[in-house]
Design a protein. Structure first.
Length: 272
C-alpha cells in the first residue's frame, strides 16, 4: 500500500536515500525517529530533544526550538530538516529552506493525527513497517479510550505562571484531554499557529467557577508539589482538584503519544 509523503505544508517529498542526514528541530519528532530505527541518520537536534536520553547525547545540538543556530545546521550538511508549525518560527523555517534540500513541516493537532505523522516519516525514510507497528499500537489505545464512558469535566491545564497561561481548545493538548471528556477552560480557540493558542487567564475571569480540576503541567514551566500547596490555600480554588501532570505525556506527539494515551487513561480512571 502506498503511503503519503505530503507534509503539513502540502509539499510532497521524494523518498530519502540510505545516506540521508536528518536534523530534527522538534523534541517529540527526534524521539519518533529513534523509535522508527532512524537514529543513525540523525546528525543534529535541539537542546530540548532529550529522548531517548542515552541515544541523543551523541547527537550534536543546534540551539533551541526557537533559537536555532542556522550556521550550526548548515555545517552539518543535512539532506532533511524536520520542523513543526507551533514549535519553530516561520522565519527560521524559511531560512532553512534556502540551503536544506528537504524541509519537512509537521503540525499534528490531535492524537489521531499521529497516524498521518507515522505514515509521513515512514514513507519518506522507507521505514513503513516500523511506522505501521506504531500506528497499530496507537489505534488500539484510541479504541480502548473510546470504548469507555467518561464523565464530562471542565479542566484548566496550566503551562505557565507570571503570567498564568493555559491552552486553547484547538491545541493538541486540549484534543488529547477531550478523549476522556475533559474540556479545557476557557472555551477559546487560537487559530492556526496563532499567539492566542496559549492564552493568559486569571482566577477572577467569568466562568472560572465551572473549572473542576486544575492540572499543573511539568513543562514548559516546571510546576511542583509546592505550587499545589500554594494554590490549595487560595480561596478561589476551594473545592477544585489540584494535581501535577506529566506534560510530556500529554503534549508530546510521535511515539510518545502511545504511552501518553495509557497515562491519560490512568489519570481519568483515578479521577472518575
Amino acid at each position: 500500500m502506498s503511503m503519503s509523503r505530503v507534509d503539513a505544508a502540502g509539499v510532497e517529498h521524494p523518498q530519502a536515500g540510505e545516506h540521508a542526514r536528518i536534523v530534527s528541530l522538534v523534541p517529540s519528532i527526534t524521539e519518533l525517529l529513534f523509535a522508527l530505527g532512524l537514529g543513525d541518520r540523525i546528525v543534529g537536534r535541539t537542546g530540548f530533544c532529550v529522548h531517548p536520553r542515552e541515544a541523543v547525547r551523541a547527537v550534536p545540538k543546534v540551539g533551541g526550538t526557537k533559537a536555532v543556530k542556522l550556521d550550526a545546521v548548515r555545517a552539518l550538511a543535512p539532506t532533511h530538516v524536520i520542523v513543526n508549525v507551533d514549535e519553530n518560527e516561520k522565519p527560521t523555517i524559511d531560512a532553512l529552506s534556502q540551503f536544506v534540500p528537504n524541509v519537512i513541516v509537521t503540525h499534528p493537532l490531535t492524537p489521531l493525527d499521529n497516524l498521518a505523522l507515522y505514515e509521513l516519516i515512514g514513507a519518506i525514510f522507507k521505514c513503513e513497517t516500523q511506522a505501521q507497528t506504531l500506528a497499530h499500537a496507537l489505534s488500539s489505545r484510541l479504541d480502548a479510550i473510546a470504548s469507555e464512558s467518561w464523565p464530562e469535566q471542565q479542566v484548566l491545564y496550566v503551562i505557565w505562571r507570571d503570567p498564568w497561561m493555559t491552552v486553547a481548545r484547538d491545541t493538541y493538548i486540549s484534543a488529547m484531554l477531550s478523549l476522556v471528556n475533559w474540556r479545557t477552560w476557557p472555551a477559546v480557540t487560537g487559530g492556526f499557529a496563532g499567539a492566542d493558542r496559549y492564552p493568559t487567564f486569571d482566577f477572577d475571569m467569568p466562568g472560572f467557577a465551572t473549572v473542576g480540576r486544575f492540572l499543573l503541567a511539568s513543562e514548559p514551566y516546571r510546576f511542583t508539589a509546592k505550587h499545589c500547596v500554594e494554590l490549595a490555600a487560595d480561596g478561589r480554588l476551594a473545592g477544585k482538584a489540584i494535581q501535577l501532570v506529566d506534560g510530556e505525556m500529554l503534549s508530546w506527539y510521535g511515539s510518545r503519544a502511545i504511552e501518553g494515551l495509557d497515562y491519560l487513561r490512568l489519570l481519568a480512571t483515578e479521577a472518575r
